[in-house]
Every structure is written in C-alpha cells, then in structure tokens.
Design a protein around this ligand. Structure first.
Ligand code: 13P
Length: 395
C-alpha cells in the first residue's frame, strides 16, 4: 500500500512536498506509522549509536571548537600560493604539520577536519597526523564530499557529488581513525535559490548523514548559504529558514539520529555586497532566531563556518551569540578565520613555525573565549581585521 505524505515543515517548499509518495510495502514492525506516512526508525541497538553520541558530545565540549583544514589539494594550493609556495605534497604536509603539532592545541580545539591526503599522512618524523590529534584529545574528522558541479535545470546553481562508494570509503576512514565527517554543499541567494537546488542540497546532506552514521562517523551537516549578494539580512534569514526546514525534513526521512550529528551553518548576515554591515548583536539575534525556529534541541552542537568574514568578525559574532542562553553548544568550525594569520606569519619559513603556531593558538583561544561568551577584542592584530570574502568561493 502506498500512502501520500503530506508532512511538511513550516517554510518548506510546497510545490513538491505535498506530492511526495511514501511506499510502506512489505515493511515490518521496524516501522512507525503516523496518520499519512510510514517510515523506518534507526535501530537504537545499532552498533555505533552510543559512540556517535559520545563523539558528538566530545566535539561539542565547553570552550572548544573545530579546526577545519580539509581544503582540497586545489584549494590548499591557493592558500600556499598566497605566500608564494608551490602546491606540492611536501608543502601541504609541512603546512598541516605546523598546524597539527601545535603544542596545547587541544585546550581550545576538540576536532579537526582533514582532507583525505592528510588523514593518511604523517609528520616528517613519521608520526601519523591522526596520532598527533589523538595525543591532544582532538577528534580526527574527514571531508567526504567530492565537490560541487553545475546543477542542470537550475539557475546556474550547483550540487554536491560524493554519494557513490561513500559507505565503503566511510568504513575505511573509520579504520584510519576518523570519527566524524563533513559534507559541504552550497546555496546561493542571488541565484534564487531555486526549489530544485534547495531540495537537492537537503537530500544529498541527508543521504550522506545516514551513511556516515551507519559507519560510525558523526556527520557534520553543512548547507553553506554563501555570503555572495547585496540582499539584506532579512532575506538571508528567510532563505536559511527554508533551507534548514528542508534539511531536517530529509534528515528525519532518512532516519538520521539527531543526537549524533553536528551542524555547520552560515551565520545569518546581510549579503557581502549589501550597503550596510550588521553589528555582532544583530547577527546573533537573527542567527539565534533561525536556530530556535528550525533546529531541534536534540542536536548537540552548532559549529559555525566563517564564510569569508575576517578573523575578528567571526569571533565577535560567535561571542555575541553566546551572550544569551540557548539549548545548544554554539561554537566554531573555521578554516579561513583560523588560518589567515597563521599563513601570513609562517610564509613557508621553518624559523617562523613557532610564531605561526602561536598565531594559531591565539586565534583558537579567542574563539574558545567566544564560545564561552567571554571574548573581548582588545589586543587584536591588523591582520585579524581583514575580511576574506571571495565571490563564489569553492572548497
Ligand atoms: P570557512 O568558511 O570557515 O573558511 O570554512 C568552510 C568549511 O567548510 C571548512 O570545512
């Protein structure tokens, strides 16, 4: 018997939602049946359930956040080029070694997202990077998506590839020491976003999240709403609410366990080309409004991306969000906003490694304080004020 699902979260696109068909043929007692929809529930005896919850809680621990260094080789090449270095495996290793062997990093960092090359790589002394992280009580993570490609039939939008073979890759990454995963897809406000692009982003994230949990990896769910555009903050809020309602609709439909996921949202800000900038208090107000309207309190951690904000903006905005009580662990999973000053200090010179590691610790500490709502911007460098927005940024 096929039933017609009319379940729709507030704000979800109605054109297609109302016609979704749910087939319950041949399903057994492992299914819960609501009035119109039948769906399976993830078995609570699944071998990874307790571990997933524990991993998510460890990453979402007070005063800590995620160091994202999962740039693809091409994007890492751009970081290296900015300081005049070639994009060789040796230079990528040297840069990641600098970051991952920073003494004391685990005080402020609870997880680090790696690119596949780094997950399997070691320091020049032969110590696996995964072990460097474990020694600091930092959980190793892995970027599992295969990047963005054009989405035919949309308004010049994109979709994220990587589901093929994901289960076996995830099982291998777990063997290698990874305990959480990341999948970044993007939504563009100036391009619409079209109903098709939002639906594709949400469905892809939900399939990925389900496969990750099945293989013991906590999925970071990241529909990045790009900063591109001249729209006001109200428009970003409207799009963010729509995107997150669809993401949670499909996460539920794919029986993803909410206690074992982490979110990586964009902060709700005006478009990068909007005529007025918003204060950290305004950004915090809009972002928390979006979270409280769309995110179930079972989700243990909200780990924001920096998205091209300056290091200081990203820290100040996070701090403002932690001034008022909220049911989640609101923290950071920054790449650019943790790496900019480090790269500028390092310049590829071995004698600058110590200074660059200090720059990383300074930024990590600032964001740790922001996670606790205790950050003040005194003593920040000029570099920390510089924005890093790039139109149509890829990762
Ligand atoms: P930033 O926007 O903080 O550079 O990072 C994006 C990301 O997805 C890193 O994992």
């Amino acid at each position: 018997m096929a039933s017609t699902g009319l379940v729709k979260l507030n704000g979800a696109s109605s054109q297609w939602m109302g016609q979704q068909s749910f087939n319950s043929n041949g399903r057994s007692s492992n299914f819960i049946t609501t009035r119109r929809v039948s769906m399976p529930i993830r078995s609570s005896s699944s071998s990874y359930t307790d571990e997933l919850v524990k991993t998510a809680k460890t990453i979402a621990s007070p005063g800590r956040g995620i160091l994202a260094i999962d740039e693809s080789n091409a994007t890492c090449g751009k970081r290296l080029a900015s300081i005049g270095l070639d994009n060789t495996e040796g230079n990528r290793q040297a840069y990641r070694q600098l970051l991952l062997t920073t003494p004391g990093l685990g005080e402020y960092i609870s997880g680090s997202i790696l690119f596949e090359e780094t997950l399997y790589q070691s320091t020049t002394d032969g110590k696996k990077f995964v072990d460097c992280l474990r020694d600091e009580n930092i959980v190793p993570g892995i970027k599992v998506d295969k990047g963005l490609v054009p989405l035919p039939g949309s308004n010049n939008e994109s979709w994220c590839q990587g589901l093929d073979g994901l289960a076996s890759r995830s099982a291998e990454y777990y063997q290698q020491g990874a305990r959480f995963a990341k999948w970044r897809t993007v939504v563009s406000i100036p391009c619409g976003p079209s109903a098709l692009a939002v639906k594709e982003a949400a469905w892809g994230l939900a399939r990925y999240a389900s496969i990750s949990q099945d293989n013991g990896l906590v999925p970071i769910v990241e529909p990045e709403i790009l900063l591109d555009g001249d729209h006001p903050i109200e428009r970003t809020l409207e799009v963010a609410e729509r995107v997150w309602s669809e993401v949670f609709y499909y996460l539920a439909e794919n029986n993803v366990m909410f206690e074992g996921i982490l979110l990586k949202p964009s902060m709700v800000t005006p478009g990068a080309e909007h005529k007025e900038k918003a204060s950290p208090e305004t950004i915090a107000k809009f972002t928390l409004q979006m979270l409280s309207r769309r995110v179930p309190p079972a989700v243990p951690g909200i780990m924001f991306l920096s998205g091209g904000q300056s290091e200081m903006e990203a820290t100040l905005n996070l701090n403002a969000m932690n001034q008022s009580p909220n049911p989640w662990h609101v923290s950071f999973s920054y790449a650019r906003a943790l790496q900019n000053s480090v790269l500028k200090t390092w310049q590829g010179r071995p004698w600058n490694v110590e200074g660059a590691q200090k720059a990383l610790l300074d930024r990590a500490k600032a964001n740790s304080l922001a996670q606790l709502g205790k950050y003040t911007a005194e003593d920040e460098s000029d570099e920390a004020h510089k924005g890093m927005f790039v139109k149509g940024y890829t990762y």
